[in-house]
Design a protein around this ligand. Structure first.
Ligand SMILES: Nc1ncnc2c1ncn2[C@@H]1O[C@H](COP(=O)(O)OP(=O)(O)OP(=O)(O)O)[C@@H](O)[C@H]1O
Ligand SMILES: [Mg+2]
Length: 308
């Protein structure tokens, strides 16, 4: 049984204005997204800024209003109950936020930040709680002595690990990791990614791993969903997407990954130019007249693309 099924999810934000503050129009942040995830799987959700990645993640956690669609977790339709703070579902799914600094309360000590979800769901004695927090800090490679410090006393990478410790405090089955390393230096990115992978193996976690950078997710994700204009333009295994991209938008994302091999630089630059030409001259092959994307159609067993 799949761990998570998202069916035709739509999130339209009302934009109000005028003297009467009436709804004037809607921003279609997510406009018909469907996918499934197996337990323990990592699914990469990739796309440019504003395409609807964070909104998709927030909808799964019940942090924004779902306009229509359905979310099924472990076989149970939880679309209506995601908003309830103490539902068991809220324990099973956690989020690591894109902007980690603002998601850690600056006035709280690390131990209170990490213990917050535990306090919401479990009745531990102060001593048991302290032990659990120290254990969680250990899992993300931090010393128990940091528990009494405040978020501003840490570097970006350390803060991200504190966010991770909080996210795993209730032993969730799914973590929505929203750009967990984008704000970090390259050297620290690798370190945080390694923690994410180690913890995943230890706890059997599934990740919905959000990123705008296909390079970062290359080694982490079994499956990839490429998002553009509030919808998926391509979905498939990482091998299919990297080796055989079918949508022009995916091709452009792959061509944009920096070259590591200097001998292939010319070849890659030629390919990049060809793809940019195709994007400029044959756009109507890939997008509808109004610029929106087509429904996904199946290319092979595990590869779907939005083409007419
Ligand atoms: N609370 C909101 N009210 C109105 N519009 C919103 C709200 N939140 C997001 N949007 C809009 O919805 C669209 C999708 O936003 P979202 O944050 O999901 O994008 P994203 O893919 O995560 O982008 P980024 O890579 O920059 O984080 C954007 O056009 C954004 O302006
Ligand atoms: Mg975002």
């Amino acid at each position: 049984m799949p761990l998570l099924e998202v069916k035709d999810l739509k999130v339209h934000y009302p934009i109000r204005g005028g003297i009467l503050n009436r709804v004037q129009r809607y921003v279609k942040a997510v406009d018909g997204v469907s996918f499934t995830m197996e337990p323990g799987e990592t699914l990469g959700l990739i796309g440019e800024s504003g395409c609807g990645k964070t909104t998709t993640g927030k909808a799964i956690l019940g942090l924004c209003h779902i306009t229509s669609g359905q979310i099924v977790f472990d076989g149970e339709d939880i679309t209506k109950q995601v908003k309830k703070n103490r539902s068991p579902y809220r324990k099973s799914v956690q989020m690591i936020f894109q902007d980690v600094f603002s998601s850690l309360n600056p006035r709280k000590r690390v131990m209170d930040i990490i213990a917050e979800p535990i306090r919401n769901f479990e009745n531990l004695t102060p001593l048991e709680e302290k032990k659990r927090v120290e254990e969680l800090l250990g899992i993300v490679g931090m010393s128990p002595t940091v528990a009494t410090k405040y978020p501003f006393e840490f570097s970006g990478g350390q803060r991200q690990r504190i966010g991770l410790a909080r996210a795993i405090a209730l032993k969730p089955r799914l973590i929505v990791a929203d750009e967990p390393v984008s704000a970090l230096d390259l050297s620290i990115q690798a370190q945080v990614l390694n923690y994410l992978v180690d913890i995943q193996e230890e706890l059997g976690l599934a990740y919905l791993f959000i990123s705008h950078d296909l390079g970062v997710v290359k080694y982490m994700c079994k499956n990839l969903a490429i998002m553009h204009n509030s919808r998926f333009v391509e979905f498939g295994t990482s091998e299919h997407i990297y080796e055989n991209p079918a949508h022009i938008y995916t091709k452009r994302l792959i061509a944009a990954i920096p070259d590591v091999d200097p001998t292939k630089r010319d070849e890659n630059s030629q390919r990049r130019n060809a793809i940019n030409d195709e994007y400029t001259n044959q756009r109507d092959k890939y997008y509808k007249e109004d610029g929106s994307v087509y429904d996904l159609k199946q290319l092979s067993e595990k590869h779907f693309v939005a083409l007419p």
